[in-house]
Design a protein around this ligand. Structure first.
Ligand code: PSU
Ligand code: MN
Length: 312
């Protein structure tokens, strides 16, 4: 057992019994949606995972502990406290040492999921290479984490606040497979097609589980990015969302917001500028990702007799 790691009784029992477990992140709770929609969405994620026969493991830093599996009260605490700091890999030691709360990003959640032995994780969108990164060098730690940590991440792709082409180049360089679930096109979060292709398309959760099993059984450590397009009926108009993203990026430049603050700033501005339409889309895609992740975790558990990841 790792120090500072707190695994809930339910998650521990599921892992010991080889039952499917799905990790869920908490930056999306503290910074992804307004309160109380964030708390309702987090609870709905847990309900969907259970409906698909998986145990949800929402991950956060709670009072300096790396918590895997949160109580209802803890989800409420993260959701109602917008000041909870974003916790990526680099932030974890300081939050532990000071006994603080932290809302884990994709990178932070992957790192903690791997400590617990959880191999499948559902989120909304990942971080990536920002537009203008050739000057700012702003590249999300999510991409490095995908390169090094053996956890599969189900997402709806990346928002075009990022440079999607450069994000794909970075993932290729770092050896991260980018899979499409029932799509040949890489989705772009609010829309189903970014204009870029995925590396490989699969149409069943079991085919994806076979890829994960092959990667990890051979010792090819590291993550896999699984992209699941937003359900068609919730997709937003590509031109409208592009105009809003362009405006939000221009405002961010004028305001001078930088570093870890830029992604939450852009997400909040996009929500304001779309007048709530993006919130419904965002919920729909996250819930869809949780469902797919639970099905992949179940297929992986059947194939390997365990939901614990290899070679951690
Ligand atoms: N992109 C989204 N929604 C999100 C995030 C990114 O569309 O909620 C969050 C995730 O937690 C992701 C983090 O891991 O932002 C990336 O932050 P940064 O760009 O600072 O690495
Ligand atoms: Mn950054």
């Amino acid at each position: 057992m790792r120090p500072h790691l707190r695994i809930s009784e339910e998650v521990r029992q599921a892992l010991d019994a080889g039952k499917p477990v799905v990790a869920l992140e908490s930056t999306i709770i503290s910074h992804g949606f307004p309160y109380p929609a964030n708390v309702e969405s987090a609870r709905e994620c847990e309900r969907i995972a259970r409906e698909e026969g998986a145990v949800p493991a929402t991950i956060a830093v709670i009072g300096g502990q790396l918590a895997v599996g949160l109580s209802d009260d803890e989800i409420e605490r993260l959701g109602s406290n917008r000041d909870t700091p974003k916790a990526s890999r680099r932030d974890l030691p300081m939050l532990i040492a000071s006994g603080s709360d932290g809302a884990t990003t994709v990178a932070g959640t992957m790192a903690v999921a791997a400590m617990a032995g959880i191999g499948v994780f559902a989120t909304g969108g990942i971080g990536g290479v920002h537009r203008g990164a050739e000057r700012s060098m702003d590249i999300s730690a999510d991409l490095e984490e995908l390169a090094r940590t053996s956890v599969a991440v189900v997402s709806a792709g990346a928002k075009s606040v990022l440079d999607i082409g450069l994000t794909l180049e970075y993932l290729e360089t770092r050896g991260v497979p980018v899979l499409g679930y029932r799509t040949d096109a890489l989705p772009a979060f609010y829309t189903r097609d970014s204009g870029f292709d995925v590396d490989a398309r699969f149409d069943t959760p079991d085919e994806i589980a076979a890829v994960l099993q092959a990667k990890w059984a051979t010792g090819l450590h590291g993550g896999v990015l699984i992209t699941n397009p937003i359900p068609a009926e919730h997709a937003l108009d590509a031109d409208e969302i592009e105009a809003i993203i362009t405006q939000a990026l221009a405002e961010a430049r004028e305001t001078g917001v930088r570093g870890k603050a830029i992604t939450p700033y852009l997400l909040a501005r996009i929500h304001e500028l779309t007048g709530g339409a993006s919130e419904a889309a965002n919920k729909a895609l996250v819930w869809s990702n949780v469902r797919v992740a639970a099905q992949i975790a179940a297929a992986l558990a059947v194939r390997s007799g365990t939901s614990r990841i290899a070679g951690r």
